[in-house]
Design a protein around this ligand. Structure first.
Ligand code: NAP
Length: 313
């Protein structure tokens, strides 16, 4: 039987509506959450992401500010800029769009963000809060993964979860959130032996690898829930045919654009999984929704107010 497709766009829209309602309530008390986005230089992909984030802020009523230091900015210049944002009371969230130019010490810059305003949840203090189950800011994409599971009523407690990928941004925090939600969690990476065998144990399989269509049916226990975090752009005709041959809708857009977005999970897995997120339209939309949520959460935590109801992370 074909998998239930978990509609990330719809879930993200629900979260954005909830955040917008929270922002309206805060406005009555004279508070408007504010997000500063730091975009260094002119990376085209980063520019698109930042545009999406600023637009989302407008839609939910969050104040946003885009800071655009030049490509040549030094670590010291960025540290000065962050210190200024740390001090400003109307700024609740600071997001430094990655990657930073090569001459910049990215770790030093990220470490300089006030943990209370670290809406990306990358600061070691927030990493520690997550692993010790204290209130803090949780990385957006993994938090979005958990929202998809919970809002789709996928049971987590007591289930076997396998996360493929151990990055600080996705794999590790996703694993930590699943542990906190009482799953039994295995984390895999490029040195894991018998990856398909380990993945087949999973009731919940999270793929955060960065390899187009790598997770095929051999990796999936029939009926498992498969969450595809991967976002890979493919342009090669042969690779396209291997993944989407016979899919006339995809073929039409691929012909037109010469490119298509694919996850880490082979589309054929949809025939074996119990539920699955699509790419696009799965985890992707949740990332910005959770950024909006985190900005409101930061605004409330900084003012000692209780955190909004929608927090499930
Ligand atoms: P990353 O930092 O490159 O980490 C990739 C992980 O996958 C690493 O832990 C790596 O193992 C593992 N890996 C690579 N090849 C493997 C293989 N053949 N077998 C098993 N494990 C393998 O990537 P990331 O930042 O976590 O991102 C992962 C994917 O998610 C990318 O496609 C990215 O574009 C996407 N992403 C999507 C969103 C979203 O909003 N939807 C947000 C962030 C990222 P080692 O540690 O051993 O090298």
């Amino acid at each position: 039987m074909a998998a239930l497709i978990l509609d990330g766009t719809k879930i993200a829209q629900q979260i954005r509506s909830e955040v917008a309602a929270e922002v309206r309530t805060m406005a009555v008390a004279g508070v408007r959450p504010g997000l500063a986005v730091v975009l260094v230089g002119h990376n085209p992909a980063s520019e698109i992401y930042v545009r999406g984030k600023v637009k989302a802020c407008e839609e939910v009523g969050i104040y946003s500010e885009k800071l655009t230091p030049p490509e040549t900015a030094s670590t010291t210049e960025l540290l000065t800029l962050i210190e200024d944002l740390n001090r400003r009371d109307e700024i609740d969230g600071i997001l430094v769009q990655l990657p930073l130019p090569r001459q910049v010490d990215s770790k030093k810059v990220l470490l300089s963000v006030d943990p209370a305003k670290d809406v990306d949840g990358f600061h070691p203090m927030n990493v520690g809060f997550l692993s010790t189950q204290r209130p803090g800011l949780v990385p957006c994409t993994p938090a979005g993964v958990l929202e998809i599971l919970k809002r789709s009523n996928i049971p987590i407690a007591g289930r076997e979860a396998v996360v493929v990928g151990r990055s600080d941004i996705v794999g590790k925090p996703a694993a930590m959130l699943l542990i906190n939600a009482n799953a039994t969690v295995t984390v895999c990476h490029s040195k894991t032996h018998d990856l398909p065998g380990v993945c087949r144990r999973a009731d919940i399989l999270v793929a955060a690898i960065g390899r187009a269509g790598m997770i095929t049916r051999d990796f999936v226990k029939p009926g498992a829930t498969v969450i595809d975090v991967g976002m890979n752009t493919i342009t090669d005709e042969r690779e396209f045919q291997k993944l989407f041959g016979g899919n006339s809708k995809r073929e039409e857009t691929f012909r037109k654009k010469g490119t298509t977005l694919v996850g880490d999970v082979h589309p054929g897995v949809a025939e074996f999984a119990g539920a699955m997120t699509p790419v696009p339209g799965g985890v992707g939309p949740l990332t910005i929704a959770m950024l909006m949520f985190n900005t409101v959460k930061a605004a409330k935590m900084r003012r000692g107010s209780s955190v909004p109801e929608l927090s499930r992370a």
